[in-house]
Write a protein that binds this ligand. Structure first.
Ligand code: GDP
Ligand code: MG
Length: 174
């Protein structure tokens, strides 16, 4: 039995890899087939965020609700923290993501720990960088957050991201 239970949101623009990151973390699977997320989806997983310290994460995938801002209120309710995702291969998703953070705080009427994920890191070697890495780190720092480059495809940094958000919620790094 895990000692703690936390609600973690995974938010960000469409098709950045939110559902894929969750599937990689929870089931260690990946598919290139795009599966549109209908409604709200959630999965649970126990994470060992420190040696012999576990927490049960309820991971909420915002899915098709991205377009219905009104419905987001229920989704955000009671969340302890969020992974905020953009796509390293599509620059516009970074500025869209900033708006997601702004809207979340406005709807929740408080700030919660967040970790920012630049996903699809595996594509950078093919297409090159479309965003300035310094800017990404600076932005995360300004938001009192942490920035990871992840790949749901290779699994790069995926578990680390979930551990980081859990530690921040526990007040270790926040
Ligand atoms: P969501 O709309 O944010 O939930 O995005 P999905 O998880 O459904 O992913 C959108 C598309 O991007 C799918 O075709 C995935 O296979 C693909 N994808 C997701 N993560 C990665 C990644 O890290 N690398 C690559 N190359 N493709 C990814
Ligand atoms: Mg999805």
């Amino acid at each position: 039995m895990a000692e703690y239970a936390f609600k973690i949101l995974v938010i960000g623009p469409a098709a950045v890899g939110k559902s894929s990151l969750i599937r990689r973390f929870v089931n260690n699977e990946f598919s290139l087939q795009y599966q549109f997320t209908i409604g709200v989806d959630f999965m649970t997983k126990i994470v060992e965020y420190e040696p012999n310290q576990t927490a049960r994460l309820a991971i909420w995938d915002i899915g098709g609700q991205d377009r219905f801002k009104m419905l987001r209120r229920n989704f955000y309710d009671g969340a302890h923290g969020a992974l905020v995702v953009f796509d390293l291969s599509r620059a516009q998703t970074f500025s869209q993501m900033k708006k997601w953070i702004f809207d979340m705080y406005q709807i929740m009427q408080k700030e919660v720990p967040i970790v920012i994920l630049g996903n699809k890191f595996d594509l950078i070697s093919e297409i090159g960088e479309v965003l300035d890495r310094n800017e990404l780190h600076q932005y995360a720092e300004k938001e009192n957050s942490f920035y990871f480059e992840t790949s749901a495809k290779t699994g790069n940094n995926v578990e680390k991201a979930f551990i980081e958000i859990t530690q921040r919620i526990m007040g270790k790094n926040f």
